[in-house]
Every structure is written in structure tokens, then in C-alpha cells.
Design a binder for this molecule. Structure first.
Ligand code: DX5
Ligand code: ZN
Length: 223
């Protein structure tokens, strides 16, 4: 599967979001990772579908929306209208509502013509996604506790990636494994080697003096 880099705009200058997104496209990003936080599922509040709608006007790149919110079903329609390409929802936000909630949410995302994904926190075993694999386009494994950028990569994630890749192989389906949090030019090789193919990176991209080179390196290119 193709390796892709999804810079997280959480580390962007929010007062210049349009230019930041154009810059990421110019520098070779594959996707734009949009971190939506509601102040409840995670403490910070970032932005909602209105911001995604504005970003949509500034780039042709697919928009990868990571919903760190409670009751994600209430927002699916809004993000579809805003032009999101992929919507991922947290297993932890869904399973406590009711058993069927996860499946219903994934179907709802699909019905709106978007790709769907399930996100798993560092403390949640990756095995919880197994029953949902037939419905998923991607799985997002958090490699930090969600809420903030610039935190250290949790090394136990590597084993979760390997296990998930083997479960996916058993299904015979092509499902992307996305990893989010604490990824740098030095640890990205182990993440890719373990079987991930979508790399989310916020601070590594935005702090880089040469974003073109950094994005290539995060994609696994030898440069
Ligand atoms: C964290 C977010 C991440 C974050 C990653 O809750 O989901 O997407 O922006 O930032 P870095 O790459 O700086 O860890
Ligand atoms: Zn994210």
C-alpha cells in the first residue's frame, strides 16, 4: 500500500490557516489531517465543520477528519457538507453509548460518500477493532494520549501496528493503518516497518525548516 503523510493542522498558525494549508500542499503533503476536539472527549476545543469548509476552498488534497468528540453521529452530516473525505471516530466515544452505535456511525459516514475509520487510544487494545474491519477503510492508532501535539511517541504502539496488520491481512481487504502522535524523522521508520502506511505529523512538519524534505522522509523516502 502507498505510504502517505498527513500533516496535522493542530500545529498550524490558526490565524493564517488558509495559507498554512496551501503551504502543506505545495510542500508535498498527501492529506490534510484535521483534529476536531470538543472540550469534553478531550479537554481542548479546536474547530468544527465550518473550519473544514474553509480549508476545503484552499486545497484539493483529501481532508482526513479526526473526530475527538462525544456523540460523533451528530456531526457526520456537517462534515460531509463541509467536504471531508475521510471521517474517523473514536472507539472510546462510541462504545459507551450503545452496542450498535459504532456500526451505525460507520454506515452513516459511508452513506454520505466518505471513507470511514475507527480510532483507538493508547490504553485500548487494538483487538477491539477486529469485528469492524469489514466495514472500515482505515484504522487510526493513537501513539500519544489525544488532546495535544508535541508529545512523546508511546513505543508499545509498534506492537499494536504489527498485530493490526496481521488481522487486516486475514480479512484480505486493503485497509489503511494510520498512526498519530509523536512521530519524528527518527522514529518513522519503525512505524512504517511495523505496517503503518499513513503517518500523521504535527510538530515534526511545522517545526521543520525544510518541509519538503521532512515530508519525503516521513513517507519513508531515503533523502
Ligand atoms: C493529538 C492529535 C494529533 C496531533 C499530533 O491529539 O490527534 O493529530 O496533532 O501532533 P504531533 O505530531 O505533534 O504529536
Ligand atoms: Zn489527530
Amino acid at each position: 500500500m502507498r505510504n502517505m503523510v498527513a500533516p496535522s493542522i493542530l500545529s498550524a498558525d490558526f490565524s493564517r490557516m488558509g495559507e498554512e494549508v496551501e503551504m502543506l500542499e505545495y510542500c508535498g503533503a498527501d492529506l490534510i489531517h484535521c483534529d476536531v476536539m470538543d472540550g469534553s472527549f478531550v479537554n481542548p476545543i479546536t474547530f468544527g465543520s465550518q473550519m473544514v469548509k474553509e480549508i476545503r476552498k484552499r486545497t484539493k488534497l483529501p481532508l482526513d477528519v479526526h473526530l475527538m468528540i462525544e456523540h460523533p453521529q451528530t456531526q457526520i452530516e456537517n462534515f460531509a457538507r463541509a467536504g471531508a473525505n475521510t471521517v474517523t471516530v473514536h472507539y472510546e466515544a462510541c462504545y459507551r453509548i450503545r452496542k450498535q452505535y459504532i456500526k451505525d456511525t460507520l454506515y452513516m459516514i459511508r452513506a454520505k460518500g466518505m471513507r470511514c475509520g475507527l480510532v483507538v487510544n493508547p490504553s485500548t487494545p487494538v483487538e477491539v477493532v477486529k469485528p469492524y474491519l469489514p466495514l472500515l477503510d482505515q484504522v487510526l492508532l493513537m501513539s500519544v494520549v489525544p488532546g495535544y501535539g508535541g508529545k512523546l511517541f508511546i513505543p508499545e504502539t509498534l506492537d499494536k501496528i504489527r498485530r493490526l496488520r496481521s488481522y487486516i491481512l486475514e480479512t484480505g481487504k486493503e485497509i489503511d493503518i494510520e498512526v498519530d502522535g509523536g512521530i519524528t524523522e527518527s522514529n518513522v521508520h519503525s512505524v512504517l516497518e511495523a505496517g503503518a502506511n499513513i503517518i500523521v505529523a504535527g510538530s515534526t512538519v511545522f517545526n521543520s525548516p525544510d518541509k519538503v524534505v521532512t515530508i519525503k522522509r516521513l513517507r519513508g523516502e531515503n533523502i
